[in-house]
Ligand binder design. Structure first.
Ligand code: MN
Length: 323
């Protein structure tokens, strides 16, 4: 799992709970296993949030782990052109290449540790696919796509595109150097990640060395979710076992604790997790297919606007090479 690594973790700013007397550890609410499915033209995904109540996930709607899969030549797949309205898609590539183009002129190629942040807002069309040379060669493919809801006041915001390259991610270390943190968006203990978010959220990819433990301060007004990307360990002060492909939901408090097992399977050299939290929007959610609105009437309006071409049109020219 390359994403971004640090040459010397001990030189990074350190983070972690320093005063246990004022800390309120968040209790664990649930650990669920993500079922497998297929997305787009048939690429394998794990539905990270399946079986978890939307109220607990708020402001998040949906998350797919794409792969991890080793494609044979000719096998890599993407999505056809499709619309979105009413939320933001945040795509984080860990291994492999993904090309993106949208009807608003946004797009680009993302790879190891890059994040592509698309605010669909009022409406956009886009296509997400491995570039042609990767389709020819095959290879390793692993990423995440998260859907972040927008409040009713921002559902019709101007579409926006942010390219967060791996070199812009804020790198941090746990207090004892046992965990490497990549802060992608939001605030974490006074540090600020590069992603600009409408809905206040924090996104962190953490690699925890075997046997290491991390207690991370986490904003009390945010929810707290931990998704296992690879390896195994425990979550919460109660040290509940958790592996890759599982989602842990924490209750209220001021910190989250995650530990990596001393012994990992041969294919994993650490416990890698994606930690996410945000300020709940607390509005009714009407989500169907590619649209996330507040009511059924707004969903019908979104379909009508899409069919009338009001969410944009497919650009005539393909994306430029290397863009
Ligand atoms: Mn999409």
């Amino acid at each position: 799992m390359p994403a971004v690594t640090a040459e010397n973790i001990l030189t990074l700013p350190r983070i972690g709970v320093t005063d246990p007397t004022i800390d309120r550890p968040r209790p664990l609410k649930s650990v669920t296993t993500a079922p497998s499915g297929f997305e787009g033209e048939g690429f394998p995904v794990r539905r990270a949030f399946a079986g978890v109540d939307l109220q607990v996930l708020d402001p998040f709607i949906h998350m797919d782990q794409m792969g991890e899969v080793e494609y044979a030549p000719g096998e890599p797949k993407g999505t056809p052109w499709h619309p979105h309205r009413g939320f933001e898609t945040v795509t984080y590539m860990i291994d492999g290449l993904m090309q993106h183009q949208d009807s608003n002129g946004g797009g680009g190629l993302i790879s190891d540790g890059d994040t592509q942040w698309m605010t669909a807002g009022a409406g956009i069309l886009h296509i997400e696919a491995p570039p042609e040379h990767v389709v020819m060669s095959g290879g390793l493919f692993h990423g995440l796509q998260l859907w972040v809801n927008l409040p009713s006041s921002l559902k019709f915001a101007q579409p926006r595109y942010q390219d967060i390259t791996s070199s812009n991610v804020d790198l941090l270390s746990s207090s004892d150097g046992g965990a490497l943190l990549r802060l992608i968006a939001g605030e974490l203990d006074g540090n600020v990640g590069p992603g600009v978010t409408y809905t206040p959220i924090t996104l962190v990819h953490v690699t925890i060395a075997p046997g290491a433990s991390l207690t991370l301060p986490w904003r009390e007004d945010f929810n707290a979710l931990v998704y296992g990307l690879s390896g195994k360990g425990t979550v919460g002060a109660e040290r509940r076992p958790m592996t890759w492909g599982q989602l842990a939901v924490f209750g209220e408090g001021s910190s989250v604790t995650i530990s990596a097992d001393e012994r990992q399977d041969s294919r994993d050299d650490a416990f890698d997790v994606y930690i996410l939290g945000g300020q709940p929007i607390r509005e009714p959610v009407a989500a169907y297919g590619p649209f996330v609105m507040n009511s059924k009437a707004e969903l019908i309006e979104a379909f009508e606007d899409f069919q009338a071409g009001r969410l944009g049109t497919i650009p005539a020219s393909p994306p430029q090479k290397g863009n």
